[in-house]
Design a protein around this ligand. Structure first.
Ligand code: NAD
Ligand code: TYD
Length: 352
C-alpha cells in the first residue's frame, strides 16, 4: 500500500513519544509511522503494546547519533516528515552526566538534521522537520511574567542548555539550507507511561509503596503542568498546520508550587487507596535542593491557541485523577520500570 505520508517519529518508545505514536497510528491510517528509538532506560516498547501490530506502524531500534542507520531509515521508508522527540530528558541526570545530554540532544539532533537535508536534497515540497522542545530553554522566571516565543533563551541546567543548542541548530538549518522546520516549546507534561524519575509518577509510586516523598528544597518551585495527550494533540496541530520557520509555545495555564501539587496527589491517593485523610502526606520529606534549581516556568500559549485553534481538552483535576487511576491500574508497568537499574539510580540520586 502506498501511504500518503511517511513520518519518522524519534523517541516514540518514551513518555510523550508513545502518546504521539499512538495518536498518529490510530488517527491517520493513511500515514505510515516509523518509530525510531534506541530504547535507553527511558524507552519501553510496553508503552505501545496496543498499536504495535497496526498495519501502518514500524519500529526501528537505532540511535539518532548513528548517521548510517538514520540515513538508511530515510531511504528505506522515503521519509517526508520528522517529529523529533528522542532526547535525554531528566534534569537531575543532566547534572550528574552532562555529556550524554550533549551527545543525544545536540549531536543526535544534528545527525538527524543532516539525514533530512541529505535525503531531501533541496526538494522541500511537503517535507517538514518538527523539533519538539521544552520551555526550560527560556530559563527561570522570578516574577509574574510568562514565556513567549520571543523570550530570549537563557538555559540554566545542562539539560536545558543541550535542548537550547538543539533548537538553535534546527533554526540554523532552516536559515542556511532552507530546511523546512517547525519548533514547539512545551511546559511540564504529566499522564500515563511517565517514567518514575520525574516528580508526579515518582510521588505516585512512592505513596503507593509507603516510601518517603522527597521534595527538593522548600517545595516552592513552580511548574506549569499539561496533560500529555493534550501535548500530543498540540503536536498534531503544529505538524499539520504550523507555519514553516515558526515556533509555538504549548502550555496549560496551570501553575502549581511543587509542595501544593504533592499535597493534592496525597489527597487523591488517600481516597483511591482508602487511607485515612492525611495519611500519605505524612510521607513528605524535604531533601537537599537540586543544584541550580529553576524557580518557576510558565507558558503563554496564546499564539498556538489563536493561530492553530489548539487548547487543552481537560482540566488539571480531571487529568490528575485519570493519571493516578492509570498508575494504580498498571502497577505491573510501574514495578517493571522501577526494577533493575532504577534502584541504583534512585539510591544514588536520593542518598545526597
Ligand atoms: P523520555 O525520556 O520519556 O523519552 C525519551 C525517548 O528517547 C526514549 O524512548 C529513549 O529511548 C529515546 N532516546 C534517548 N536517547 C536516544 C538516542 N540517542 N537515539 C534514539 N532514541 C533515544 O522523554 P519525554 O519526556 O517523552 O520527552 C520527549 C521530548 O519532549 C524530549 O525531546 C523532551 O525534551 C521534550 N519535552 C518533554 C517535556 C516533559 O515534561 N517530559 C516537556 C517539554 C518537552
Ligand atoms: P521534574 O519532574 O524533574 O521536571 P523538571 O525539573 O524538568 O521541571 O521536576 C518537577 C519539579 O519537581 C522540579 O521543581 C523539581 C521537583 N522535584 C522534587 O521536588 N522532587 C523530586 O524527587 C523530583 C524528581 C522533582
Amino acid at each position: 500500500m502506498t501511504h500518503q505520508r511517511n513520518i519518522l517519529i524519534t523517541g516514540g518508545a518514551g513518555f510523550i513519544g508513545s502518546h504521539v505514536v499512538r495518536r498518529f497510528v490510530t488517527k491517520y491510517p493513511q500515514y505510515r509511522i516509523i518509530n525510531l528509538d534506541a530504547l535507553t532506560y527511558a524507552g519501553n516498547l510496553e508503552n505501545l503494546r496496543d498499536v504495535e501490530k497496526a498495519a501502518n506502524y514500524t519500529f526501528v531500534k537505532a540511535d539518532i547519533c548513528d548517521a548510517d542507520a538514520v540515513g538508511k531509515v530515510f531511504k528505506a521508508y522515503a521519509i517526508d516528515g520528522v517529529i523529533h522527540l528522542a532526547a535525554e530528558s531528566h534534569v537531575d541526570r543532566s547534572i550528574t552526566d552532562p555529556l550524554s545530554f550533549v551527545r543525544t540532544n545536540v549531536f543526535g539532533t544534528v545527525t538527524l538534521l543532516n539525514a533530512a537535508k541529505d535525503a531531501w536534497k533541496g526538494a522541500f515540497d511537503v517535507k517538514r522537520f518538527y523539533h519538539v522542545s521544552t520551555d526550560e530553554v527560556y530559563g527561570s522566571l522570578h516574577d509574574g511574567g510568562l514565556f513567549l516565543e520571543t523570550t530570549p533563551y537563557d538555559p540554566q541546567s545542562p539539560y536545558s542548555a543541550s535542548k537550547a543548542a538543539s533548537d538553535h541548530f534546527v533554526r540554523a538549518y532552516g536559515n542556511t539550507y532552507k530546511l523546512p522546520f517547525v519548533v514547539s516549546n512545551c511546559s511540564n507534561n504529566y499522564g500515563s507511561h511517565h517514567f518514575p524519575e520525574k516528580l508526579i509518577p515518582l510521588m505516585i509510586n512512592n505513596i503507593r509503596n509507603n516510601k518517603p516523598l522527597p521534595v527538593y528544597g522548600k517545595g516552592e518551585n513552580v511548574r506549569d503542568w499539561l496533560w500529555v495527550e493534550d501535548h500530543a494533540s498540540a503536536i498534531d496541530a503544529v505538524f499539520h498546520k504550523g507555519v514553516v520557520g515558526e515556533t509555538y509555545n504549548i502550555g496549560g495555564h496551570n501553575e502549581w508550587k511543587n509542595i501544593d501539587l504533592v499535597h493534592l496527589l496525597c489527597r487523591i491517593m488517600d481516597q483511591k487507596l482508602n487511607r485515612p485523610e492525611g495519611e500519605s502526606a505524612k510521607l513528605i520529606t524535604y531533601v537537599t535542593d537540586r543544584a541550580g534549581h529553576d524557580l518557576r516556568y510558565a507558558i503563554d500559549a496564546g499564539k498556538i491557541e489563536r493561530e492553530l485553534g489548539w487548547k487543552p481538552s481537560i482540566t488539571f483535576e480531571v487529568g490528575l485523577e485519570r493519571t493516578v487511576e492509570w498508575y494504580l491500574a498498571n502497577t505491573e508497568w510501574l514495578d517493571h520500570v522501577t526494577s533493575g537499574a532504577y534502584r541504583s539510580y534512585y539510591e544514588a540520586q536520593y542518598a545526597r
